[in-house]
Design a protein around this ligand. Structure first.
Ligand SMILES: [Ca+2]
Length: 312
């Protein structure tokens, strides 16, 4: 995206076949439940109530014309000033939408060839899933052990590493079979994960990105993340692209691009224009980003009924 303002024809009216009836219950003391507060209830807690199985539900996607003025100041690959003190904020251009199960509490998303891998969370409901990236069709899914709350994923060759929220382990999967190969200890929370060359990068809900070996998950270092000179906390789902690290800032609609060499944020994306439904539930916060190619990405929120393909 260049520096000029421009009009982009987009339009999407995304409507599920039926209205989801999933509960958005409060916890035992009456507080509104968000994803993370629900997560902290721990194994065995079932705050969610009866969940409607939306898998396979058809979504009607219709496209109508609307004009969205997109004011871009720079692009990730097109000349953002990585060293700038003032982080520019841009908005993504919507290219397409594919259906996504509104019962999928997305915690991780990554494209690998013709497979879109997704991690979903919740105690006793977490899955590693493979989707068709063109249609959103669920190809296969395997459950995590019920004592783990699934978090970020990344593909490393013929394996997939996955974080657990507060399980104290990372899980290694065989990519071809989706068999669980082993778990290895991890200190601290697991939130987001991506592969940066020959190292893994993990977020843990703080302002730090932590580096790990790809073979045994040994932590090798970390960097503190700052935006405009101030610590930026609650870094969540990640995507490593061309030596930079995209991160969702939970629980906001914003993604930031971080230089892992310095920890400095050099670009922010306000993705609040991606939600095209009515009022969101407490669970439907922005979640995950996966790189497609060039400036194209796939973005989805937790329990969102669609995945957006966007250009940023
Ligand atoms: Ca990702």
């Amino acid at each position: 995206m260049n520096t000029s303002s421009r009009s982009v024809l987009v339009a999407m009216m995304v409507r599920p076949a039926t209205t989801p009836t999933k509960e958005t219950t409060d916890d035992a003391v009456g507080r509104p439940l968000t994803g993370r507060t629900r997560g902290r209830l721990g194994p065995g807690a079932r705050p969610r109530g009866t969940k409607v199985n939306m898998r396979g539900q058809r979504l009607w996607l219709s496209v109508t014309a609307a004009v969205v003025m997109v004011t871009g100041s720079c692009s990730p690959s097109g000349g953002a000033d990585v060293g700038s003190d003032v982080v520019p904020v841009i908005r993504p251009t919507i290219l397409a939408a594919i259906p996504h199960s509104p019962a999928a509490y997305t915690e991780g998303l990554e494209l690998d060839g013709d497979a879109l891998y997704e991690a979903t969370g919740m105690w006793g409901e977490s899955e590693l899933r493979e989707l068709d990236p063109d249609t959103g069709t669920l190809r296969r899914a395997v459950p995590l052990p019920s004592n783990y709350f699934g978090e970020g994923i990344t593909v490393v060759g013929d394996r997939i590493w996955q974080l657990t929220y507060q399980g104290g382990v990372a899980v290694e999967w065989d990519k071809s079979t989706l068999n669980l190969l082993r778990t290895v200890p991890v200190h601290g929370d697991g939130w987001g994960l991506c592969l940066d060359g020959n190292r893994l990068i993990r977020s843990d809900g703080t302002d730090r990105l932590r580096f790990h070996g790809t073979t045994d998950f040994t932590e090798t270092g970390s960097v503190a993340v700052t935006r405009d000179g101030r610590p930026l906390t609650r870094l969540d789902e990640l995507e490593c692209v061309a030596g930079q690290v995209w991160a969702n800032v939970w629980p906001t609609d914003e993604f930031v691009r971080i230089d892992p060499a310095t920890g400095r944020v050099n670009l922010a994306v306000d993705a609040s224009n991606l939600w095209r439904g009515g009022p969101r539930t407490n669970e439907q916060v922005m979640s995950s980003i996966a790189h497609v190619s060039g400036d194209d990405y796939m973005i989805v929120g937790k329990d969102w009924p669609w995945i957006l393909r966007v250009r940023i």
